[in-house]
Design a protein around this ligand. Sequence first.
Ligand SMILES: Nc1nc2c(c(=O)[nH]1)N[C@H]1C(S)=C(S)[C@@H](COP(=O)(O)OP(=O)(O)OC[C@H]3O[C@@H](n4cnc5c(=O)[nH]c(N)nc54)[C@H](O)[C@@H]3O)O[C@H]1N2
Ligand SMILES: Nc1nc2c(c(=O)[nH]1)N[C@H]1C(S)=C(S)[C@@H](COP(=O)(O)OP(=O)(O)OC[C@H]3O[C@@H](n4cnc5c(=O)[nH]c(N)nc54)[C@H](O)[C@@H]3O)O[C@H]1N2
Ligand code: SF4
Ligand SMILES: [Mo]
Length: 693
Amino acid sequence: MTTSKAFSICGMCTARCPIQVDSENGTVKRIRGNPHVPAMTGVCPRGVAGTALIEDSERPQTPLIRTGERGEGKWREASWDEALDYVAGRLTKIKEKYGARGIAFSDRGGPFRDHHRAFLRGIGTPNYCNHDSSCARNIQHAAISLTGMGRKAVAYDLKHARHVVLQFRNIFEAVNIQEVSNLMHAMDNGCKLTVIDVRANISATKATRYLQIRPGTDYAFNLAVIHELIARRLYNEAFVQAHVAGMNKLEQFVKPYTPEWAEQETGIPATQLRAFVKELAEASPAVIWHPGWMAARYKDSFYICRSIYTINALLGAYGAKGGLPFVSKPGDVGKKGLKSFMDLYPKPEEKRADGVGWRYPQFETGPGLLHLMFEAMETADPYPVKGYIAYRHDPLMGYPDQERIKELWSNLDLLVSITFSWSDTAWNADVVLPLSPYLERDDVIATKNALKPQFFVRQRAVAPRYNTRADWEIFGGLARRMGLPDLAFDSVEDLWNFQLEGTGVSIGDFNATGMVPLADAPIYKDMETFKFKTPSGKIELVSDRLESNGLPSLKPYESPQSPPEGQFRLTFGRCILHTQGHTVNNPALFDKMPENLLWINRKKAEGIGVDDGDTVRVSQNGHWETIRAKVTDMIHPEAIFVIHGFGHQLAAESRAFGKGLADNNFMSGGLTVWDQAGGAVAYQEHFVKVEKA
Ligand SMILES: Nc1nc2c(c(=O)[nH]1)N[C@H]1C(S)=C(S)[C@@H](COP(=O)(O)OP(=O)(O)OC[C@H]3O[C@@H](n4cnc5c(=O)[nH]c(N)nc54)[C@H](O)[C@@H]3O)O[C@H]1N2
Ligand SMILES: Nc1nc2c(c(=O)[nH]1)N[C@H]1C(S)=C(S)[C@@H](COP(=O)(O)OP(=O)(O)OC[C@H]3O[C@@H](n4cnc5c(=O)[nH]c(N)nc54)[C@H](O)[C@@H]3O)O[C@H]1N2
Ligand code: SF4
Ligand SMILES: [Mo]
C-alpha cells in the first residue's frame, strides 16, 4: 500500500482554507485542516465533500464541443488537442476581425489569477472581468473612496476583538474556518457579538444582541449610530484628530438622523440603538463592524458600506489590535514577491468595453463590471465583443435575468466555459473545457497578504480520474497556440520555478507545511506614522473623486418602497451545506440538503393560509416556481428568504434537477438595476407574490 500526504487549499468555496489531504493507493482517505496553520481546527461539511466531488460521475469528464443549438445539450467529445486548437483558432479569428479587445473573460477573482490574467494581457485584451459586481464591489469601492485602499488592505483581527458587529454578514454559515475559530476564541474571552439581519440566522443564535431590521433600511440605522457617536462624543477623538478629515461635514450631515427617526424606518427601538452604541464605544478600538461580503443587495449598498467603514474609523478600529489592522505584503517585510506572469506583457491601453475607467471614471478598472460587459456584447458600444471565456464562473445563475443574458450572449461568436461541474453557463457554451477538481490539480503559487504574509501552494493530492486538466495546463495550451510560449510550461515545477525566481524560496521549502511564511510573527503597523492612500493621507469622509464624478460623499437617506399588498421583498443568502450553485448536485451534500425552503413570517403566512411545510407558489412577471415554506417568527414580515443556488434545470444533473427554487429567476430586468455609486447589481430590489400552491 502506498500512502501520501499533500498540502492543499480547499476549493469547495472561496474561503480557501489550508488543508492536509491523506491518500492511499491514489484514493483520498481523509481531508483535514492543515495542522500547521493556527485556528485551522477542521474543515466544514463542504470541505469533507471534496471526495464526493472527485467521485461524481455527473461532471464534465472530457472536452466537449457543441453540435446542436446553444443550450440544447448536444455535444461531441473531443481530445484536448482538438478542443484547444478549436478555441485558439476561434479566438485568433476574432482577434483578426475585431482586434484582441473583442475577447472578454471573467473569473471568480482570488489569489490564483496571475497566469490566466497574463494570458489575456498577452493576447492584448483589456476586457478581464471578475464576478465582483455580483458580490463585493460596493465594499471595495466604499473602502477605496474613504481610504484610497481596497477592502483587503485590512485584516479582521477577530481573535482579539471585544465587540464584533455583523450586518448582512452571516459568519457562522458563510464560514471561513479560521475566522470562526478566532471569533469563538474571542467570545470565550468576553467578546460581544451583535447581529443586524432581516432574519435570525445561525450567527444571530450565538449573538449577544440580535437586531431584526426592516429590509432595505440598514443605511438609516447606521446614520443614527453615527449621529449617536458624535452627539454623545463617544467616538475616539485622538484617532479622528490624527486620521480623519471631514468631521465637521459629517456632524452637520447626521444631525437629523436621530435614533428616534431611525426607529421609524428600521423598526429597531431607539433605546436598543443607544445601548448598543454605548457598548461599542466601551469596547473600542478592539471593535470590528464587518463591512459585509455579499453586499450587492440594494441601490444604496455602497453608502451602507461607507457608513460601516466610517463607524470603524470613528471608533479608532483602523490599525488596532482586535480591530482592522493593516496587512503586510512581501515588500513591506523586506521580502521579494513572486515573479509575475502578468509583468511579461504590457498592460493593454485600449479602453474597456464595459466603460469602467472612462465612461465610469469613479470605478476601479482592474476587474470591471461584468453586467456592463454583457451589455456591450449587444450594443457593440464602444466596440464589438465577440468572444467570451467564463472561467470558474456561472453568470447564468449568478446574475439576474438568465433569459436576458442569453439574448446578450447570442451576439457572441465563441462562448467557452472552463469548469469542474456542470452549470447553466457550461450547458449554454460552445466549448466546455473540464477542469480537474482542486484535489486533482496543482495551482500556481499564491501570496497571502496578511498580518503575517506568506506564500502558499495547492498541491494535487491524487491524479485526475477523468480526462480533465489543471488551469495552468489549459491556459498554457491556449498560450502555446496563440504565440505566447512564455506561458506554456511542460511541468508544474517549471512553472513554480519561474514564480520563485529571485525570492530565495525553493519548491522544497513548501514541503514541510504547504506554505512559506515571510515574517516571524504577526505585524501590527504603527499608526503614529501611518498614512492612508488618499491625497491628504487621512480617511476622507468627503471624497473629491466621488464629488467630481457627480456622486455625493454623504448621501441623504431615501426610504425604500414597501412591498405592495400580497408581495414580499425577496432576500437570499448562504447555508453551511452548500456553496452557491455548484454543490447542489454533489452526491454527499445533496443527500444532506436536497432543496431550499422559503422562510416566511408566521403572521404573513397565516394571512395567506400557509402552514409550515406547505408548498407555496412564488411568482413575478408571469414566471412562477414552487417551494416548501418554513414558517417562522424569526424573519421580518416584509421579507421572504431562500438559500441561493437551487432550482437547477439541467438534464446532466440528475440529483439537483428540479429541486427547490432559483431566487435568480425572480429578478426580472435585474441586470439594469445596479448601484450607480458602488457598481454592483442590486439583487434585493425585487418583489414577489407568494400564495398557497
Ligand atoms: N440570486 C443570487 N445571485 C447571486 C448570489 C445570490 O446569493 N443570489 N450570490 C452572488 C455571489 S456572492 C457570488 S460570489 C456569485 C457566485 O457566482 P459563481 O461564481 O458563478 O458561482 P459558483 O457556483 O461558485 O461557481 C460557478 C462555477 O464555477 C465552477 N467552479 C467552482 N470552483 C471552481 C474552480 O476552482 N475552478 C474552476 N475552473 N471552476 C470552478 C463551478 O463548477 C460552477 O460551475 O453569485 C452571485 N449571484
Ligand atoms: N457555506 C457557505 N459559505 C460561503 C459561501 C457559500 O455559498 N456557502 N459563499 C461565499 C461567498 S461567494 C460569499 S460572497 C460569502 C457571503 O457571505 P455573507 O454575506 O455573510 O452571507 P449571506 O448569507 O449571503 O448574507 C448574510 C446575511 O444577510 C442577510 N440579509 C439579507 N438582506 C438583508 C438586509 O437588507 N439587511 C441586513 N442587515 N441583512 C440582510 C441574510 O439574511 C443573511 O443572513 O459567503 C462565502 N462563504
Ligand atoms: S469553509 Fe469549508 S468549503 Fe470553504 S474552503 Fe473552508 S473547508 Fe473548504
Ligand atoms: Mo460572493
